[in-house]
Design a protein around this ligand. Structure first.
Ligand code: C2E
Ligand code: MG
Ligand code: MG
Ligand code: MG
Length: 290
């Protein structure tokens, strides 16, 4: 009898596993076609400069409109894309789309707006990433300083020496580099100094309880002070309340990003947000004369 029971268990187990494998294979072949079927879309989330209270940047965040499963968040398919290598064509699509969108916003008068694009290490390892970005910059004519590449901190320390080489090559294009999810990846201070980053993004996990938790408050303060001495800009992600914003100002943060300003939204809605926080330059009143 015991034999039967374990037999049943085993059968259940393999069935469950089969379903998972099947689901993964389905998602993989669906993802393979997602670009051609026009199922990918970029949403944009504003980055608010705390000194000027204007939107100075936007982060491009990928969305997959799956024909059967509806909207699939990136946390549920970026990993699959990385494992299968699909991140390479998807990543190129993202960069292209983001730069073209930026160009449109800049032509509307927001001429110094910056777009931040998330890039996976798999893309950095590919040889032609730098060339690809160079070509996009040429094609769109956007200033290199208006493109920012975000790389997650946790992957930097896997092979830091190699990352330095890739990042320096990118940096030569004149683009900006941001270290995403900062605080979760245990970067050593010496490496922070050697990586050519322009900006640190404090991870949402530290912002969430910044008001209630003295520990998290201290971490934010410390990151602010450290960034200042390393001459890095700081942005806080996941800012949801006014109190958090006020506290982050005191920490020396330059910018904030989060639901307090807006959730990530499609491009047409982002245009409205831009006008709300800053009129296009050609409509703005001339600044006071000397
Ligand atoms: P991330 O780059 O750290 O992006 C920030 C995430 O926090 C986004 O999730 C955003 O929607 C969310 N968020 C922003 N403000 C708030 C807030 O105030 N409260 C809360 N609770 N959440 C907030 P999303 O869009 O689901 O993206 C998740 C991750 O997927 C990103 O984390 C990024 O690592 C990755 N990702 C997104 N788009 C791309 C892409 O085009 N390429 C690559 N390689 N990765 C991407
Ligand atoms: Mg990011
Ligand atoms: Mg982040
Ligand atoms: Mg993240």
């Amino acid at each position: 009898q015991a034999k039967t029971r374990s037999g049943e268990k085993l059968q259940f187990f393999t069935e469950e596993l089969n379903n998972q494998v099947q689901h993964r294979m389905n998602m993989e072949s669906d993802l393979r076609e997602a670009i051609d079927h026009g199922e990918l879309e970029l949403y944009y989330q504003p980055q608010l400069n705390l000194a000027s209270h204007t939107i100075t940047g936007m982060e491009a965040l990928l969305r997959w409109h799956h024909p059967k499963h509806g909207m699939v968040p990136p946390d549920q398919f970026i990993h699959l894309a990385e494992e299968t290598g699909l991140i390479l064509p998807i990543g190129e699509w993202v960069l292209n789309q983001a730069c073209n969108q930026l160009k449109q916003f800049q032509e509307m008068g927001f001429s110094n707006l910056v777009v931040a694009v998330n890039v996976s290490v798999r893309q950095l390892e590919g040889q032609n990433m730098t060339l690809f970005i160079k070509q996009i910059l040429n094609k769109t004519g956007i200033k290199p300083a208006c493109l920012e590449i975000e790389i997650t901190e946790s992957v930097m320390m896997e092979d830091p020496e190699r990352m330095i080489v890739s990042l320096r090559e990118l940096k030569q294009l004149g683009i900006r580099l941001a270290l995403d999810d900062f605080g979760t990846g245990h970067s050593s201070l010496s490496y922070l100094q050697r990586f050519p980053f322009d900006k640190l993004k404090i991870d949402r996990a530290f912002i969430r309880n910044i008001i209630e938790s003295p520990d998290d408050a201290a971490i934010a303060m410390t990151i602010g002070a450290m960034a200042k001495s390393l001459k890095l800009e700081v942005i806080a992600e996941g800012v949801e309340t006014e109190e958090q914003m006020e506290f982050l100002k005191k920490c020396g943060c330059n910018e904030i990003q989060g639901y307090l300003i807006s959730r990530p939204v499609p491009a047409n809605q982002f245009a409205r947000l831009l006008s709300k926080y800053r009129p296009p330059l050609h409509l703005a009143k001339p600044s006071k004369k000397p």
